[in-house]
Write a protein that binds this ligand. Structure first.
Ligand code: AMP
Ligand code: ZN
Length: 493
């Protein structure tokens, strides 16, 4: 083999390498799963005390891009997402509403699953409720107790962080000089309050609790994820992920609990999504600067615009959420949909040209390289928009032929396997959420049927009927475009 060829092969192998930024090492590293061909991912899910907001969905969209990408590379993905359906807020709110914890959270779990569908988030292989796994959590706490990692105080069980020397390795927190035995009962606290944390909390008067071998009470937040992650994915996971705010204390504590119990590495790659921001502040319930998907949709935003916006900025960059950015996302989706639909419906001159398939192959290559580079979605998207521009130019110059359609559509398909915005189904999505019945307009199937009816009228040369259908659709927000070859394309206004 010539040195030149060897170099080319070497370069190719390097280019195809998947690299992810690992919070644990602070480096962007080659991604190699523990078992070849299979990736086991744990993704921290929502606390279901209320509707999730768009900030939460930034992280969930990132996790969806991650799983879709790995699947597109041929990996078998096993993803677990937990639903935190017991915590301080849930207990208080359920009690105030006079409902059991399950009854109170059922509504928000259903809403979360519906919202996920609206954003085309693929269902994880396991979506699991914390309250279905109390026994697993108790057993894990018992294992930790046997190994001397815990102590009890006033009926609650705490993790003694001084017993776990590598405590702080993920968030790089310095625990030297910290007062031993100081405890924190809250699930959420900041680095300045690093303390022994509660694994099991004794019930307060009037609170719901579970009667268990370690006493009455309820689990702390962190033990939920350790127990459920290891139950479904084994002691060592390939990827653990969440938003950056989970790095400390949540993930740090999950590591202490899991590695304390097993003596093995808990997760090999830690991937954290940066926050969705509003005016330089993290979108959050506590600040009050949040919007739920339903609020956005009922104000006329489309599910595809929200998904596109959240997906388009690489997950390790903060994303500022503004009405203009959503508007920009809506136009980008429209541009891509129009392009794909043009390729599918327009008749181009017969034949093909070698330059176009080559151009499409380059775009796909660049798209792949962008994603392999720590899921750089902005770079991947730029490759697709460049392709759209070049092909539109080729079409207008008459340099694009019918035989060139397939390779360009194939490039659009590989884009859509990850971004999932090309299907024009926003109106149906909104209807499924019980929103925008009128403003959403007719469904795809209804439009297709009316278009076919109008084609029939035109064939019969019944132009009055044909015009009537066109006007009716226009009134309901659908525009028809008749192309020269007799085909009809439609789009929503
Ligand atoms: P929670 O329901 O608070 O446990 O959050 C669910 C997920 O949303 C976690 O992975 C959080 O890190 C993530 N999250 C919360 N707020 C934001 C935000 N503003 N931007 C991105 N992710 C967020
Ligand atoms: Zn978690």
């Amino acid at each position: 083999m010539s040195a030149h060829l060897a170099l080319k092969i070497g370069e190719q192998a390097k280019m195809a390498e998947i690299r992810f930024h690992n919070t644990m090492s602070g480096q962007t590293e080659p991604f190699v799963p523990l078992v070849p061909g299979e990736v086991r991912i744990y993704t921290c899910g929502p606390t279901v005390y209320d509707f999730a907001h768009v900030g939460n969905f930034r992280t969930f969209v990132f996790q969806d891009i991650l799983r879709r990408y790995l699947k597109s590379k041929g990996f078998r993905v096993i993803q677990v997402m937990n639903l935190t359906d017991v915590d301080d807020r849930i207990i208080q709110k359920a009690a105030a509403a006079g409902l059991s914890i399950r009854e109170y959270t059922d509504k928000y779990i259903q809403a979360f699953l519906d919202d996920r569908r609206a954003l085309n988030l693929e269902p994880p292989e396991h979506i699991v409720r914390a309250t279905d796994h109390i026994e697993d959590m108790v057993k894990l706490i018992q294992r930790l107790t046997e190994k001397g990692f815990t102590y009890t105080s006033d009926g609650s069980t705490y993790f003694r962080i001084a017993k776990f020397p590598s405590y702080g390795k993920l968030s790089k927190i310095d625990v030297a000089g910290m007062q031993t035995g100081a405890r924190v009962d809250m699930d959420r606290y900041d680095k300045d309050n690093a303390r022994d944390f509660a694994l099991w909390k004794a019930p307060k008067p009037g609170e719901s609790f579970w009667e268990t071998p370690i006493g009455p009470g309820r689990p702390g937040w962190h033990i939920e994820c350790s127990a459920m992650a290891m139950k479904y994915l084994g002691d060592t996971l390939d990827i653990h992920s969440g938003g950056v705010d989970l790095t400390f204390p949540h993930h740090e504590n999950e590591i202490a609990e899991s590695e304390g119990a097993t003596g093995k590495q808990f997760a090999r790659y830690w991937l954290h999504a940066e926050h969705l921001m509003v005016d330089h502040e993290k979108m959050s319930k506590s600040v009050g600067n949040f919007a739920t998907l339903r609020e956005l949709f009922s104000h006329g935003q489309k599910p595809s615009s929200v998904r596109f916006l959240l997906a388009s900025v690489p997950y390790r960059s903060q994303l500022n959420f503004t009405p203009e950015s959503l508007q920009g996302a809506a136009s980008s989706v429209e541009r891509l949909r129009n392009f794909a639909s043009r390729l599918r419906t327009e008749k181009f001159p017969e034949g093909s040209s070698p330059a176009i398939p080559e151009r499409a192959a380059n775009a796909r290559e660049e798209f792949e390289q962008g994603l392999a580079d720590d899921l750089n979605t902005a770079r991947a998207l730029a490759a697709i928009f460049d392709l759209v521009r070049d092909i539109n130019t080729a079409i207008s110059r008459g340099e694009f032929h019918q035989g060139d359609v397939a390779p360009v559509l194939a490039a659009m398909d590989s884009f859509d396997a990850i971004f999932a915005v090309l299907k024009d189904d926003d109106a149906e999505k909104l209807r499924a959420l019980g929103l925008g019945q009128d403003s959403a307009g007719p469904s795809d199937a209804e439009i297709d049927a009316l278009v076919a009816e109008r084609q029939g009228a035109r064939k019969r040369r019944d132009f009055a009927a044909s015009d009537r259908i066109r006007d009716q659709l226009a009134e309901r927000g659908v525009i028809l475009e008749d192309s020269r070859d007799g085909q009809v394309r439609w789009k929503r206004k």
